[in-house]
Design a protein around this ligand. Structure first.
Ligand code: NI
Length: 201
């Protein structure tokens, strides 16, 4: 079932979502919800979607980190920054429809999370995938990319296409993503480096 995506201003996007218990994770209701979350992500050509974005305040994220690796889930994820290098991205978000802003984030992180079957996994991710994961996990804490965006960088997607980045950011080397880590096209996905992701356990 395709779910309705909450837009900025809805309180569900600003609260801290709660942890999922092992019993809940194993339940038919939560497993069905995860299928719906994935279906909704696909419907909007997303590479990531967090549960609160569809009005469910649980710590669950669906995401596609690389083109080769299938979509997966992070349940109760914990992020550790592994390097002080950063990456600039013109981020967008399905919950802030029609806008982009320039965000600077760490570009190498470790994620510890449960998979949908309850097993633990640890991933170390570099580059664009690291940005996607941080953007999605921020949603679980009620944080939107616009909270982190450079001042005066917010633009509509339409004007971004028409005029490019605002003048003071025109010289920045940055990735460009439509609608939030939510809308990379397949060619861009293929360019993401599989080596950038290391499955630690
Ligand atoms: Ni988002």
């Amino acid at each position: 079932m395709i779910l309705k995506v909450a837009q900025v201003g809805h309180p569900v996007l600003r609260q801290r979502s709660r942890e999922v218990t092992p019993e809940e994770l194993a339940s038919g209701a939560v497993q069905q919800f995860m299928d719906d979350l994935l279906e909704t992500m696909d419907e909007y050509d997303g590479v990531g979607l967090a549960a609160p974005q569809v009005h469910v305040p649980l710590r669950i994220v669906a995401l596609q980190i690389t083109g080769e690796r299938g979509p997966e889930f992070l349940v109760n994820p914990r992020i550790t920054v592994l390097a002080d290098t950063t990456r600039k991205t013109w981020e967008g978000c399905l919950s802030v429809e029609g806008f982009r802003g320039l965000v600077i984030r760490p570009d190498h992180v470790r994620i510890e999370a449960l998979d949908r079957d309850g097993s633990e996994k640890v991933l170390e991710i570099k580059g664009h995938g690291a940005v996607v994961v941080q953007h999605e996990c921020d949603h679980l804490d009620g944080v939107l990319y616009i909270d982190r965006a450079e001042p005066r960088s917010l633009v509509t997607t339409q004007n971004f296409r028409r005029y490019g980045p605002p003048e003071e950011y025109a010289d920045e080397e940055a990735d460009v993503d439509d609608e939030g880590m939510d809308d990379l096209d397949e060619d861009e996905l293929d360019e993401l480096d599989e080596d950038a992701l290391e499955e630690v356990g």
